[in-house]
Design a protein around this ligand. Sequence first.
Ligand SMILES: Nc1ncnc2c1ncn2[C@@H]1O[C@H](COP(=O)(O)OP(=O)(O)O)[C@@H](O)[C@H]1O
Ligand SMILES: [Mg+2]
Length: 350
Amino acid sequence: MAKGLDVGTMNILSAQQDGNDTVFVQQRNSFVEIEYSDMAEQMLSRSEVLHIRKDDKVYVVGDDALNFANIFNKETRRPMKHGILSNDEQSAIPMMKLIIEQVVGEPTYPDEKLYFSTPADPIDSDLSTLYHQKTIESFLNDMGYDAEPINEGMSVIYSELADNNFTGLGISFGAGMTNVCLSYYAVPVMKFSVARGGDWIDEQAARATGTPVDKVTSIKEDDFELDFTTDVGGVEGALSIYYENLLDYVIDNIVSEVDDEDVEEGLDVPVVVTGGTSSPDGFEELFRDHLEEADIPFSISSVSHANEPLYSVARGGLVAARSDEDVDPQEAASDEATEEEDTEAAAANE
Ligand SMILES: Nc1ncnc2c1ncn2[C@@H]1O[C@H](COP(=O)(O)OP(=O)(O)O)[C@@H](O)[C@H]1O
Ligand SMILES: [Mg+2]
């Protein structure tokens, strides 16, 4: 069987194979604290809402947190920040544990392989990913899985570059981070992350325009396009500016991180971009244009956008886990690619 798990700052997703289909289960990585009352406890216990009680507080966790936050006029909180467990959130660990247990479920058999995504150490902050990685690994092992970390950028390559022998540059633009990995024949030769992603864009655009961050996020996720025809002085204009700035920042760091030795001479490298932050129309074109202008020390054969940007990392973890359980990796990856529509339907039914 085997499973893949994407542990993201905003979304946690599992992927597993069901016949020829890939089934994804997703939860928001967030929670809200509400006052305990017998009434609330009873209501929650009878519902499907994920929650835990601690002393005189009840925590509603995952997708439902946002609804409860609106009803009770509270702010949601997040267990992770910049791609790893947040160190200024006391409740982070039990919340993450609950979400992960719900998303991956029980192992189908003891020591089932599970690959979970973990970021590369960021080059622009002194955050270390080790504690985060070990904590997630111990939750999963305690549940009875045989858990292995997989670099998030490498996971993108497993998911999207099977028909190029797992060779290329994978970039995952998430909420808390952007992860980059260059791989030759399924061997990562260069990987790094930057502690900037969608959250950073939202914060910057909010600050620039004096708009609440949540408002900026919903404008961005609604129907924002990177076409640069809109709204100088407004939120969309500010979003475009910071989107472009993030792309340049990532590209500059690719230029400075890639060594000549990393790159086999004469090889053309395909580039795949994915992650929630790569969703707006115009992202792929903008990235391609900026990459062309940059002084990248290898030649690029193509720039493409993953079909389902929110699912790539979980799917890549599944491909890695299945090949660890002796499914041919290219077969594992292609299985899924041919089942795109069923996959979407399965995910929508979750
Ligand atoms: N349609 C959309 N347009 C723009 N940004 C989006 C869209 N959907 C999601 N996002 C952004 O993508 C990010 C979440 O992507 P995801 O890859 O799940 O991140 P993570 O892996 O860090 O949890 C958030 O910043 C969110 O605002
Ligand atoms: Mg993610």
